[in-house]
Design a binder for this molecule. Sequence first.
Ligand SMILES: *[C@@H]1O[C@H](CO)[C@@H](O)[C@H](O)[C@H]1NC(C)=O
Ligand SMILES: *[C@@H]1O[C@H](CO)[C@@H](O)[C@H](O)[C@H]1NC(C)=O
Ligand SMILES: *[C@@H]1O[C@H](CO)[C@@H](O)[C@H](O)[C@H]1NC(C)=O
Ligand SMILES: *[C@@H]1O[C@H](CO)[C@@H](O)[C@H](O)[C@H]1NC(C)=O
Ligand SMILES: *[C@@H]1O[C@H](CO)[C@@H](O)[C@H](O)[C@H]1NC(C)=O
Ligand SMILES: *[C@@H]1O[C@H](CO)[C@@H](O)[C@H](O)[C@H]1NC(C)=O
Length: 568
Amino acid sequence: MFAKLMNHTLKMISLWFSICMAFHSGHGEVTLEQPIYTNTIQRFENPGDQNSTQENEVKALKKVFLSNRSITCNDGSQAGFYLRRSHSSTKWIIFLEGGWYCYDVHSCRNRWLKQRHFMTSSKWPETKDVGGMLSPNIKENPFWWNTNHVFVPYCTSDSWSGTKPPSPNDMFSFMGSFIVRQVIRDLIPLGLENSTDLILAGSSAGGTGVMLNLDYVKELLHEELMLTQINVRGVTDSGWFLDRTPYAPTNKPAVEAIRKGMDMWRGKVPRRCREEYMSEPWRCYFGYRLYPTLKSELFVFQWLFDEAQMDVDNVGAPVTKQQWDYIHKMGDALRQSFENVSAIFAPSCISHSVLTKRDWQSVKIDDISVAEALHCWEQKTSRRRLKRLKNGKVLNNTGARLGKRKRRRNQRKTLGYANLLNNDDRANVQDASVKMKRRRRNRINRKIQRNKIRSRKHPQNSENKPSLTSNNPTLDKRISRSVLQKNRWPRKRHCIHRRLERCSWPQCNHSCPRLHNPFTGEEMDFIELLKSFGLDMNSVADALGIDIQTLNNMDHAELLNLLTQQSN
Ligand SMILES: *[C@@H]1O[C@H](CO)[C@@H](O)[C@H](O)[C@H]1NC(C)=O
Ligand SMILES: *[C@@H]1O[C@H](CO)[C@@H](O)[C@H](O)[C@H]1NC(C)=O
Ligand SMILES: *[C@@H]1O[C@H](CO)[C@@H](O)[C@H](O)[C@H]1NC(C)=O
Ligand SMILES: *[C@@H]1O[C@H](CO)[C@@H](O)[C@H](O)[C@H]1NC(C)=O
Ligand SMILES: *[C@@H]1O[C@H](CO)[C@@H](O)[C@H](O)[C@H]1NC(C)=O
Ligand SMILES: *[C@@H]1O[C@H](CO)[C@@H](O)[C@H](O)[C@H]1NC(C)=O
């Protein structure tokens, strides 16, 4: 969504960094996962083999308008969502679309002229096909392909926070916050009532929307609708921004825009944050201020060099040393803002959003993809919740077993073991607990074996990576596969929730989305991209303090290395 938006901003930056993610076929990668997630893969093998035309018809997300007709898009058209039910799963993912915002009469008129699809439902198709975490394809989406999927189109331009109904004096209404609540209410009779897990996810403005609405959604389900068995969690993608001083004066500084916008939208922010920032409630649109006040569990994904952040910072193409430095500091500031975030995945790349991209599994830090990290986090928080529910009313008929579960859990904890067991059928607690008992014994045995093997094979464990700069993706893939197979078991152990790329320069590691030359569509690396746009390599050489000859002859890896060190 944002890519489309960027085209309209006509900013230098979007010209220079117009980046797409390459569509890797992904076949190899999924085969890779099989040894680890055998349970998932085997259980769901059959549906994948079905007749593909049939499959597509069955599997499209279908349009549903909200039951409350007075909750609308900007232009007064009826709001709604797209739904794909999965009767074999009790998990739901509700995804909030992104696409910037507008914040005053002028910017909203502009948006109406140029990006009307973000303000009305009048042209919504009957069905939709969304990739990544909302894909029904097991290869593209190994962990959530079979869950209930809900895609909520963004048509309120308010970062999903507005509570302003239509009025004769205003051109537009802003009802994003109402839409989220109504979507939940309308999903109850469609099956959400009996669910065990709800993930509220979103990208870009939708990612910010997740943070703004998460606690309210939880409250609505648990306190108002008394559906306390539903575990409510959030995943925010590329919606965590910083209210820093822009690099150059700009006609739309983020802080100013949000402040105006909040007024115009009658923006609603989480209660505890509003209390914290009484006089400046608009601060609550910024993740690092909002996060500490949130009660619900949140997983944060953010590119360290987010295109939208660079855009609002108005930094432009990094030609001068000042610009290089500013971009660097941006990455550092972002990294710092994650200091107290318990679940974070932040690759060092220039890009924007990830969750619904078809090749999202190729985004990795230390060979763990964002999908795997999310899956792992989901499992962990599920277990924590089970513990909390132990004394509760919901699982009352399994109470006897929960005592045992707790003991087992504690045993696992002392082993430091990270459970990656597929959890789709968690409703069926009894069944699972019998299986888990059996698995536990096997696991402990395997772990002992593993530790023996590892201490022999990998004295320091890791750093056996393929070269950063190999221009041969097939080779890279092959190497990394063999590495992965060797590391099959250690990977499980690496189920940690904070993953921040260590290197500090954009694109400094090989798993970044490929950069594309916007004119030819060819893949290229960062330096080539800069050159192709006529980046003055003399300035770069100056900034780095070396002569142009040396620069031109420099190996890319070396050059990146040098750029990386510039910040320190
Ligand atoms: C898929 O379904 C169509 C119609 O139901 C049928 O004609 C076709 O042979 C099927 N293809 C495969 C590969 O099963
Ligand atoms: C519809 O939504 C509006 C705005 O939230 C609310 O005031 C109204 O009571 C709702 N109507 C129904 C029937 O729920
Ligand atoms: C939820 O489960 C109950 C009991 O199985 C069933 O009667 C009810 O229809 C279900 N609700 C939905 C919306 O499927
Ligand atoms: C993290 O928490 C500590 C202690 O509460 C606080 O001093 C620090 O400012 C926090 N960091 C961020 C980035 O919020
Ligand atoms: C790139 O990532 C690998 C592991 O994924 C890491 O070992 C290496 O240090 C990273 N490179 C830099 C320059 O940080
Ligand atoms: C919990 O217990 C109550 C009363 O004993 C019963 O009505 C209810 O069905 C039980 N809930 C579940 C989920 O079994």
